[in-house]
Write a protein that binds this ligand. Structure first.
Ligand code: CA
Length: 361
């Protein structure tokens, strides 16, 4: 208040200078806000976890330290898979998570992350920002008292680590694989036994033979967990995660209380985090996959019959869900139209360009 009075007094005395001082006095009125962000991710996933730190750092700097967010890793104040609930209830003001962790609430939440055989990272970004994805997702998250923002993407993931080579669908029968979510449902339809294990539990399970295969993220993250020491066959692509998007969640009341300038700052910082994560993965995965291959890892494409059977199983699951879940049905039909157009366009320009470059390598 003292500062404001001083500025007012000084400005009155200086005539014209009052106009120049006005914005300064307005910004001085922006409040100090301290939020807590619960991440679903461990610090060891530095690329993903780092998305929330980037958001917090930018907001801190843009607002000259007035709007500060403290980031907590998965399990520190909220269990990793309960971030949506914590933000919904206002236990924390915001979170960083992935919609597909919550398909038990509504399978439609997976559209916010990745659907098997769905969108690539670029297509997901296009869908969210321009293709109608954002309004559909905002409407869905409203049921959970959340305002959502795209908050990073890993790019197409790898299909995972197998102790033995697989040649056809028959080899999946009875195979115990760590693969959560809808990808796991698909593997089950193909005869495998999907398991849900947290990141830190995968290596010991694979090592003692409790599981035969495991998917995680991609070369950069997988290498850190050391799967290549016990399973030599590394399959691609992770068709269940063609371009999985992470999301920032903000409690709807807390969002409404933010000054518009902070809302703008949040949206801007979230968009930067969204692009930044993908760029980081695209720069870190290539050297990691080279190191793994040099170290004796064998890279394999999934056999075509597995891809085909998985594709059919995925769309059977979507059609079945659409019959019983009107919200899913509505998003699915919009999403599918968008996806089908994207495939045609990306095949024409992007894929033909890439394929030519590969042919000259
Ligand atoms: Ca994965």
């Amino acid at each position: 208040m003292q500062r404001r009075n001083f500025i007012k007094g000084a400005a009155a005395g200086l005539g014209l200078a009052a106009a120049a001082l006005a914005p300064k006095s307005q910004s001085a009125e922006l409040p100090n806000i301290r939020w807590r962000l619960a991440s679903s991710f461990p610090k060891s996933l530095d690329t993903i976890y780092g998305g929330a730190e980037l958001l917090a750092d930018r907001l801190n700097k843009i607002t000259s330290g007035r709007f500060q967010i403290r980031v907590y890793a998965g399990g520190e104040i909220v269990p990793g898979l309960q971030v949506l609930d914590a933000v919904q209830q206002g236990t924390v003001e915001c979170g960083h998570s992935a919609g597909y962790y919550y398909v038990g609430k509504n399978m439609a939440l997976a559209f916010d992350t990745a659907m098997p055989f769905g969108l690539t990272a670029r297509q997901q970004i296009a869908w969210m920002y321009f293709g109608g994805g954002m309004p559909l997702m905002r409407e869905l998250y409203k049921e959970y008292n959340i305002v959502n923002f795209p908050g990073g993407n890993t790019g197409t993931q790898m299909g995972g680590w197998f102790r033995k080579e697989i040649h056809s669908v028959a080899d999946l029968k009875g195979l115990k694989m760590r693969i959560p979510g809808i990808g796991g449902k698909i593997m089950a339809r193909l005869g495998a036994l999907p398991q849900t294990l947290a990141g830190g539990d995968i290596y010991p399970a694979l090592e003692r033979g409790a599981i035969d295969a495991a998917e995680w993220v991609g070369p950069y993250d997988d290498e850190k967990l050391g799967f290549h020491k016990i399973a030599k066959h590394y399959y691609y692509p992770g068709f269940w995660e063609g371009g999985p998007q992470l999301s920032f969640y903000v409690n709807a009341q807390k969002w409404a209380e933010l000054p518009p300038a902070y809302q703008q700052a949040f949206e801007t910082a979230a968009a930067e985090a969204n692009i930044n994560m993908l760029a980081e993965y695209d720069s870190k995965n290539p050297p990691a996959v080279m190191r793994l291959a040099k170290g004796g890892v064998k890279l394999h494409a999934f056999p075509k019959d597995i891809m085909d059977a998985a594709y059919d199983a995925a769309f059977d699951i979507y059609e079945d869900e659409a019959k019983v879940n009107p919200r899913f049905a509505r998003i699915y039909s919009e999403w599918k139209k968008f996806r089908d157009q994207e495939i045609v366009w990306h095949r024409l320009a992007e894929a033909s360009f890439s394929n030519y470059l590969y042919s000259r390598k």
